[in-house]
Design a protein around this ligand. Sequence first.
Ligand code: ARG
Ligand code: GLU
Length: 737
Amino acid sequence: METLFYLRFHDFYVVLEEMFKKMTRIKLFALIALFCSGISFAQQGGGMWIPTELNEAEMKQMGMRISAQDIFNPNAPSIKDAIAHFGGGCTSEVISAQGLLLTNHHCGYSQIQSHSSVENDYLKNGFWAMNASEELPNKGLTATFIIDIKDVTDKILQGVTDDMDEEKRQEFVKSNIEIVSKNAVKEAHQDLFIRAFYKGNKYYQFITETFRDVRLVGAPPGGIGNFGMDTDNWSWPRHVGDFALFRIYADKNNKPAEYSPDNVPYTPKHFLPISIKGIEEGDFTFVFGFPGTTDEYLPATALEQVLATTNPNRIGIRDVALRILDSKMRQDNATRIKYASKYARISNAHKKWTGESLGLTKSNAVGLRKDYENEFTKRINANPEWKAEYGNLLKDFQELYNANDSYLIAEIYFDEAIYRNSETFRVALLMQNLLKAKNTPEFDGLKERYRNHLRGLYKDYDAALDQEVSLALIDLYKKNVPAQFLPENAININASTFRNSVLTGAQKINGVSILEDTDKAFENNEALVEALESDPLVQEIGLILKAYEEKVSPKYTAIQNQLAQLQRTYMKAQLEVFPDRKFFPDANSTLRVTYGKVDGYKPEDKPRYDAQTYLDGAVAKHIPGDYEFDMPEKLIELEKNKDYGIYGEGKRKKAKMPVNFIASNHTTGGNSGSPALDRDGNLIGLNFDRVWEGTMSDLHYDPTICRNIMVDARYILFIIDKFAGAGYLLEEMKIVK
Ligand code: ARG
Ligand code: GLU
C-alpha cells in the first residue's frame, strides 16, 4: 500500500511540476479543479476509435479544424481513402494523385531485401527508381482500402440469448455472418468481412478494395532507414528515417488488378497533403491506421499474470537465445549478416516485453485496475440485477487465471523454446506435421510448402550456432516446464542427436545434405519419409509435441475459451456499469483513429525529453563502420553545411533539421507506417514505434509515459530531395508551406 501511494504520488508530483513550469495560473486552477472533481479513468486518454464513431467535439476542443466527415465519409472523398492496410500487417498512405504510397522502411524490409543482391545491396545503399520503368513489382504485396464500415451487431446477434450455451451461440453467429455477408451490397471487385468488437458484444462489417500491383519506388540506405537498429529500437530520443516509398498500380479503369506491365498508376479518391510548417509541443495530432491487437480490459489478476508469469518466462527464454546469437555475431561477420534480421525479430518482442513490464510496474497498473474493480463491485452491489448477473465475474476470473498458470508456462515454453527460437526444432515440428500427412492426399502439397520454406531457412542457417541455441533452450525446457507436462521418458537431446540428424545437414537424405540441396533431399517421398521417421531429432521433438498435444494444449485451449466468454460478459458489464466512461474496442487489425498532442516525456531516472529530435543529434551518434550507427557520408556533409533546402527549422545560422518526434497518440503494432496528421488533415509524421515503458499501452494506457514515435515529414522530404536527389517525386506531392 505504501509503495502504491508513493508511486502515485511521485508520478503526480512529476507531472504537476512540469505542468507548473509551462502553465498560466488560470490553467493551473482549472487543473486543480479537475483533480478535485475526482478524475479517475474518465480522463485517462488514449483510445483507438472506430472512424465512423469519432468524438468530434473532443477532437475539436483539442485543436482539430476539420470535421469527422472529412476523416471518414463513405459517400464522398475523405481522408480514409488515402489510408491502406499494407501487406495486411502495416499501414501506408497515398501521398500523390499518382498512387505514391508512403510506409515504414521496416514494413517494406522484405521487399527491399528481395530485390537486393551482393552487387545491388538496396538494404545497405538504398534504392531510388528514377522513373516509372525502374519501379520494382512485388509478388504477393497488397494495399487494402476501406470503402465502408457498418455496425451489423443486431443482425449478427439475432436469435442469440444470454442463457444460450456457448456452442449454440457460436453456431448462430456463424450462420448469421454467412447470411449478412451474402446479402451485403458491394461491387464485384470489392471484398467484405465481418469482425467481432468489444469482445463479441458488437459486430462490424467492412467493405474493402485490395490492390495487388504495388511497386517499390524508393528506400533510403540502412544507415538512415534503420539507423540505430536494435540498440535504439523502442526508445527515445531517436534519429531514424524509417520510411520507404511504393506505388499502387491499377488497371486502365482504375480498378485493382494483378501485376501487369500494362497497369497504370492508381488515381486515389484522396491523397494526403504534406505540411512542412513544423510542429510545436501541445499541437493536436491524430494517427489513422490499422492497429493489430490490444487487451485493455483485462482484470487486475490477468495483469498480475503478465507481470509474474507471461513476460518473465518469455523474456528469460529469449535472453538465453539472444546472448548466444549476439556473441557469435560479434565474432564473425558472415554470421552477423545471416542472423541480423532473425536477431532483430527476436529482440524486438523481447525488448518490448521488458519495457511493458517496466511501464506496468511504474504506473502501478495493477493497483489502478484494482481500484477500478472496487468501483465496479460497489456499483454492481448497489443494483440487484447487476449483482445477480455480474456478481461472480471477478472471482471467476481469479479462479480461471489461477488454474491457467501452469498451463500457460508450458504453453510459453513450447512456443518460445521449441517453436519460435530454435530453427532446427521448428523444422523438426514441421517434419512431424508432414509425417502425420503420410499416405494422405495432403502430403504432396504440404511437402511442397515445407520445401519452399526450408529452402529459405537453410539459406541463412548456421548449424553450429543453432545447435548451441537449441541445446540451451532444451535445458530450459527440461528445467522449467512443470514435470506433469513433459514426455514420459526423459528428453534425450544432446550434441550427438544433432550429429545424427538429417535436419542439421550432418546426415544425408537421398544421398544429399538437406542444407545444400533441399530440393533433391525432398525429391523422393519414400526416401524422405524413411529418413525422417528414423531421425533422432524428429523423434525426440515428436515426443515433446505428443506430450504437449495431450497434456497441455486441450486444457489450455479450454481455459482460453472460458476466459474469452468471461471477458465478453465483463465487457458487457463495464459498458453498462460505467455509462460515464467512453470505451473503445480493443484493436483487431481494423481501421482506427487515435488522437493526442505533441508532447515530450520523462522516463524513469532521466530528465524530461523534448518532443523533437534533430539531425545534429543523429550525427552525434554516428560511429564509422559500426553496423548499427554508421551514417552515410553525404548526410553528415548536408548536416555540416546546414544544407536543409526548404525543410529545416529556424533561421539560416541557427537552422536545425528535424528528424523524429513523439506525441500522446495511442498506437500499437500494425500502426507502423500510419500517417500522423495535423489539425487540418495534412501529413506531418510517419508513425513507426513507441517509447519503451510506454509499450504497456497495449494493456494499460498512461498519458504520462505512453508516446508514439514518428518520422518528421520534413525529414522524409529532405532525404528524398536533398540526400537522394529524387526531387522529381516531390513534384507529384502537395506540399503545404
Ligand atoms: N519496434 C518497432 C516495431 O515493433 C520497429 C521494429 C523494427 N526495427 C527493429 N530494429 N527491429 O515494429
Ligand atoms: N513498430 C511497430 C509496428 O511494426 C509499431 C510500433 C508499436 O508497436 O507501437 O507496427
